[in-house]
Design a binder for this molecule. Structure first.
Ligand SMILES: [Zn+2]
Length: 139
């Protein structure tokens, strides 16, 4: 612990250096005025401009967020409409499509296929169900 003592004096000695009087010529990013900054990270000539810039940034973030939201909603709507459209136009359905069309779970469809209640054609690892096969179920 005694060892540390000299270091303390050194850091004390350095202290005036640390808060050296920096004068960095800068242009305010908010109002464009020239000013002298005391730190390298200062971007604005004063509190007013810093606040204004902060508010503007917040506003922009809000706009971006709402734009993003509308975009997502549009995509979701598109997906919803296209999928329901294509479902009613498709003659051949995947198990997932068939389950959506019938309003049951995929497992129910798969069970029905296994039991032979619903005719399906193996298509790779998937099963394709002909639309009329589903309609036949209700005949
Ligand atoms: Zn300014």
């Amino acid at each position: 612990m005694h060892h540390n003592a000299p270091r303390c004096t050194t850091s004390l000695h350095n202290a005036p250096f640390m808060s050296s009087n920096l004068y960095i010529p800068k242009t305010c990013q908010q109002c464009g005025n020239l000013f002298t900054a005391r730190t390298t990270v200062t971007k604005y000539c004063g509190d007013n401009c810093a606040k204004k810039a902060y508010k503007a940034r917040k506003r922009q973030q809000k706009i971006d967020a709402s734009l993003q939201e509308t975009k997502e909603q549009q995509v979701m709507q598109q997906v919803a409409t296209t999928s329901s459209d294509s479902l009613s136009n498709k003659d051949f359905l995947s198990v997932t499509d068939a389950s959506k069309l019938m309003g049951v779970s995929r497992w129910t469809i798969q069970r029905m296929i296994k039991r032979g209640q619903l005719k399906a054609v193996p298509f790779g690892r998937k099963h394709i169900v002909a639309r009329h096969q589903i309609e036949n179920l209700f005949n």
